[in-house]
Design a binder for this molecule. Structure first.
Ligand code: ADP
Length: 586
């Protein structure tokens, strides 16, 4: 149980550490990602602005070059030859509002499309000749700042001088419509996006206004000064007017929004012109992007945490399964060990008993051999004395004979037991009448009972069945039981011997009013050499072989023998023997 809980705690701690690490890494990269996304986004806007600026510059440059080539190639031609090309150029090249020819006196003499050409318009008379003069005097293309066109919208005026050698012939004025440029390069940038694009020139004048503020042609700077709602935009406009390139953030307080705007701006340089394209996008666009990155990050983080949790759960389950198996194994092993221990304790007790029996046997045998020998020796010495009287001599001879009998009995008992144990005991089976066997037995113990004043009572029913057995051996059994009863019954006690028929068997009971046997000794008394360990038993002497021999004899007759007793109240030894079933040998 302890191991299981410890494992769970360890896994949980590891799991929490892993989750914390992953989460802190996630939050760290979270911040970094925010910065990177913002940077990347601004960079991307700047690229777009730069791309548009380059597109516009090359578009305008291309148109100027076409007019310059025309002015150079056709400088010696008739004016009508030169102006005839205007139509082709106008139709083949987009972006022109009109192409006009102004003669050396500053009067518009031709233009295409004709309806747009103010033929007869005299620049000097209208006092608008400065760009014309500048082109003529410098002999170079002069581009004037975008100006409002008659039809509305802005136009960029390109003044290209036509010189035939030193001979000034006039100026080709090509007007590029600004909306063609912005439609092509600026409007597409903001399709399907929030934010807007604008373009200003180097004086802060609006050339294109994607937000539709209708400010085209007006000056931003003046508008801002009047109504300064946008923090930081003025600086951005200044940067733009200087021709710088970059990204910046300004705060715009509009009707709908109160937002930071990210602005990326890039200069448009062509000839003497300096314009600036700017893309202004609400910072929320970036937030949007960041949020989508966050979402992906959270999914990743969630997946990692789920994997960690799943892994930990798996580990915990695996460990608890291991623990269960281990616990079951430990339980069964412990049970095995307890059982083996009990067996060992039992075996040990049994060995101790056997050891005790062995030493008891050795001391008993040596005692039983020595005592008669000593008695016989003393008696023999007395017999050897010259002055021993006749009576003494007889007594000594009696003692010698009794002791010879005692030793003979012991040796016989030992021989009997060894025959029983080796299965070599021979039985002379026949029909044995119990009354005569009991009578014989009583006859041999009568003297001893009388000496102790013990009453012997026999109760045999008339016509009791004879048993199947060896008469001599059965007499030995009953005599032994009676001898024990006399031995363990105090003076003036009573002994009874009863027999009666059972179904197929005859039961014989030898009861005494003696010292009794303790319950734990009841079965043991039939073991060889076993003697109840008490003073009265010791006083009675004996070999501990008698009951073992009785048991061996009864069991050899297919009977059974057991004892019932109560300490201090007496004992009863009972045995059953099969009845004699007739015939010569049963
Ligand atoms: P022995 O009598 O020679 O000691 P037994 O085998 O005849 O050997 O008896 C074994 C033991 O059983 C005895 O020592 C005695 O302790 C006990 N025992 C036998 N018979 C009786 C009895 N009738 N009453 C009490 N104890 C008995």
């Amino acid at each position: 149980m302890r191991i299981k809980r410890d494992n769970r705690v360890v896994i949980l701690v590891i799991c929490i550490i892993l989750i914390c690490t992953v989460a802190s890494l996630g939050f760290k990269t979270h911040g970094e990602v925010e910065e990177i996304v913002q940077e990347q986004f601004s960079e991307q806007q700047l690229l777009l602005a730069r791309q548009a600026a380059l597109g516009i510059a090359s578009f305008a440059e291309e148109r100027v070059t076409i007019i310059e080539i025309l002015a150079r190639d056709r400088s010696g031609d008739e004016i009508t030859n030169l102006t005839r090309c205007f139509k082709t150029i106008y139709e083949k090249t987009s972006g022109f509002y009109s192409i006009e020819f102004i003669d050396r006196n500053g009067v518009v003499v031709y233009g295409y499309p004709e309806y747009r050409a103010p033929v007869g318009y005299d620049l000097y008379a209208e006092n608008r000749s400065s760009a014309f003069d500048s082109a003529r005097d410098s002999r170079k293309t002069n581009i004037s700042r975008p100006t409002l066109l008659f039809e509305g919208g802005l136009g960029s005026f390109i003044w290209v001088p036509v010189y035939e050698g030193e001979n000034f012939r006039g100026v080709i004025l090509a007007i590029i419509r600004m909306s063609t440029i912005t439609d092509r390069f600026l409007t597409p940038i903001m399709q399907n996006r929030t934010g807007y694009v604008y373009m200003i020139d180097n004086k802060g004048k609006s050339l294109f206004e994607g937000a539709g503020k209708k400010a085209i042609g007006k000056n931003y700077i003046k508008m801002l000064n009047k109504n300064s709602t946008s923090d930081g935009w003025l600086e951005i406009l200044n940067e733009q007017m200087n021709g710088s390139e970059g990204t910046a953030v300004y705060h715009e307080e509009g009707e709908k929004s109160n937002l930071d705007q990210i602005v990326a701006f890039a200069p448009v340089r062509w000839r003497n012109q300096l314009w600036s394209v700017a893309i202004s996008v609400p910072a929320s666009e970036v937030d949007h992007l960041i949020r989508s990155v966050y979402a992906r990050q959270m999914i990743f983080l969630g997946t990692v945490i789920a994997i960690i949790l799943g892994g930990s759960l798996g580990l915990i389950m695996m460990f608890s399964r291991w623990n269960k198996t281990l616990e079951a194994e430990v339980k069964s092993k412990t049970a095995d060990m307890i059982r083996m221990n009990k067996e060992l304790v039992l075996t040990n007790e049994r060995l101790k008993e056997l050891d005790k029996l062995k030493s008891d046997f050795v001391s008993m045998v040596s005692h039983e051999l020595k005592t008669p020998l000593a008695a016989m020796r003393t008696s023999a010495q007395v017999l050897n004395m010259r002055d021993a009287g006749e009576k003494t001599k007889r007594e000594m001879l009696d003692i010698i004979l009794r002791n010879i009998d005692r030793q003979t009995n012991l040796v016989n008992d030992l021989l009997d037991l060894s025959r029983i144990e080796s299965g070599r005991m021979e039985l002379k089976i026949g029909s044995v009448p119990l009354d005569s066997v009991i009578a014989d037995s009583i006859e041999s113990v009568k003297q001893a009972a009388m000496e102790k004043g013990i009453k012997l009572d026999v109760d045999l029913p008339e016509g009791i069945s004879p048993v199947k057995g060896d008469r001599e051996k059965l007499t030995q059994v009953i005599t032994n039981l009676l001898t024990n009863a006399i031995k363990f019954t105090p003076r003036s006690g009573e002994i009874s011997i009863k027999a009666h028929d059972l179904d197929g068997q005859v039961e014989v009971k030898v009861r005494d009013t003696g010292i009794g046997i303790a319950p734990e000794d009841l079965d043991m008394v039939f073991e060889k050499f076993y003697q109840v360990d008490s003073t009265s038993t010791r006083e009675a002497g004996g070999t501990g072989l008698g009951l073992a021999i009785c048991k061996g004899i009864i069991e050899a007759h297919n009977g059974r023998i057991w004892a019932e007793s109560e300490l201090g109240k007496g004992s009863t030894f009972i045995f059953w023997l099969p009845k004699w079933a007739g015939g010569k040998n049963g």
